[in-house]
Write a protein that binds this ligand. Structure first.
Ligand code: FHN
Length: 448
């Protein structure tokens, strides 16, 4: 190599090295670089204490009463799908009533779809015309009404936001879905990401304190460069306490504040969503539907019973996870009675038994076939979720601490127990009544 060329080569290599060193000590390059603020860490504690949230899937798809995937499943092109907006007029929507319902159910937060996969913004977005204010006869921003009411009634609001978009022209190259929309086979991915960040900025600027952003849809393009670090950093800069979670069905990514599971308890994978999701150290949440649909689905009558839903909540708490229970409101803004009655039953149960759920953490005994344990300081709650046809007489608990008392939560009656080599054995357990969903025994451990 001639001398002058060699010098240039060495200089450019040196500059490259200096740049790499400079940038790699910066958070962007370092895995695990995200340092949550104190406000964020406090919000995580609050979240774990809250234990129960109401999930709401509501959008222009609700008009077809066939779930939130109807655009994809029925292969509706964008030009046809857009016509639905003219029919979406939720005149019965009452934000105060929705928040009151969530509270009556015992939920401490609401997570609502601000934009689902159909790209339709359920809020007043200035960076899109595909939104409820511009396209529908309703013409109002329901998320603003809901946010104001949540703040008034003291309940936190989280926004679900779909990164996957079946409507935006720049969501290109396409992912695994959205292939029947009739969009031009071209687009600028980086412009889509800018648009998404602009919408998120609106959500974090115009709606007061936001409890969290619940991302979904990353799984549509797992190989793409989503520039997550940029998006997550912006969210935490605008509202440091906002908790970021993503339903990517993987172990958490750097910058996230909680880990979520879909239609399964943490550690389980019966629904097939959680193949890669090993449990990390962040707060946990699992979401589930009341029937089998997220968005309003008129034909779906497979409602879970209050007993099943309460068991899900208890089993989640025993695994140290929150439960996010979904409703899909109707297009007119009403929530169907099959949902409201079950939510009220949950709320009634929590009024009696919430002590053993709220502000607890997963207990010292791993989940068992008979149930789970939760814990708050020296108090351990034994949740016996028994099958009424096969009641239990005894339960053995491998506990290291010394038990000073054991009693039923509902009437404080003492429970007999023996000390055994491995811990204690609760005995002569009384038989549950048919409407007793969870027999809760409170153990007090000696303060060491
Ligand atoms: O595709 C969505 C689905 O519509 C719904 O929003 C659920 C909620 O967890 N998440 C996605 C599937 O993983």
């Amino acid at each position: 190599m001639p001398q002058i060329q060699e010098k240039r080569y060495i200089m450019s290599k040196t500059l490259l090295l200096i740049f790499s060193l400079l940038f790699c000590v910066m958070p962007a390059c370092t895995p695990g670089a995200y340092q949550p603020t104190t406000a964020n860490l406090e919000a995580r504690q609050w979240f774990q204490d809250a234990k129960f949230g109401l999930f709401i899937h509501w959008g222009v798809y609700s008009t077809l009463a066939n779930g939130e995937w109807v655009m994809q499943n029925a292969r509706i092109p964008v030009t046809e799908y857009e016509k639905l907006a003219a029919e979406f007029n939720p005149t019965e929507f009452d934000a105060a009533a929705w928040v009151a319902l969530a509270k009556a159910a015992g939920a401490h937060y609401i997570t609502i779809t601000s934009k689902h996969h159909d790209g339709f913004a359920m809020f007043d977005s200035k960076v899109s015309t595909w939104d409820i204010v511009e396209r529908t006869p309703y013409g109002k921003d329901p998320l603003k009404l809901l946010a104001d009411e949540c703040h008034k009634q003291g309940i936190k609001l989280f926004f679900y936001y779909s990164q996957l978009d079946w409507h935006h022209p720049n969501y290109f190259p396409r992912g695994k879905t959205g292939q029947f929309t009739g969009r031009a086979e071209s687009g600028h991915w980086h412009r889509y990401l800018d648009f998404m960040d602009a919408q998120l900025k609106e959500l974090l600027t115009n709606y007061g304190d936001i409890g969290g952003i619940w991302f979904d849809g990353w799984w549509d393009k797992p190989e793409a460069d989503w520039k997550l670090e940029r998006t997550y950093r912006m969210i935490h800069r605008l509202q440091p306490q906002t908790l970021i979670g993503s339903n990517h069905h993987r172990a958490p990514f750097d910058g996230e504040d909680f880990q979520m599971f879909e239609k399964d308890l943490p550690g389980e994978n019966t629904a097939g969503f959680n193949q890669d999701a090993s449990i990390g150290s962040l707060p946990l949440e699992t979401c589930e539907t009341i029937n089998t649909s997220w968005g309003y689905n008129k034909a779906d009558g497979k409602f879970k019973s209050a007993r099943e839903l309460i068991h899900y909540l208890v089993r989640a708490a025993g695994r140290n996870a929150n439960f996010l229970l979904n409703v899909g409101p109707m297009p007119n803004g009403n929530i169907q009675p099959e949902f409201t009655t079950r939510l009220k039953e949950l709320g009634d149960w929590l009024k009696q038994n919430g002590e053993a759920i709220y502000t607890t953490r997963g207990g010292p005994v791993a989940p068992q076939t008979w149930g789970v344990t939760t814990q708050k300081g020296n108090t351990i709650y034994i949740h016996i979720l028994r099958d009424l046809s096969a009641p239990l007489q005894t339960v053995s608990l491998p506990l290291t601490g010394r038990v000073v008392s054991a009693k039923y939560l509902n009437d404080s009656q003492a429970v007999q127990f023996d000390r055994i080599a491995e811990g204690i054995q609760l005995k002569k357990l009384r038989q549950p009544k048919a409407d007793e969903y969870d027999t809760i025994i409170v153990l007090e451990l000696a303060k060491e």
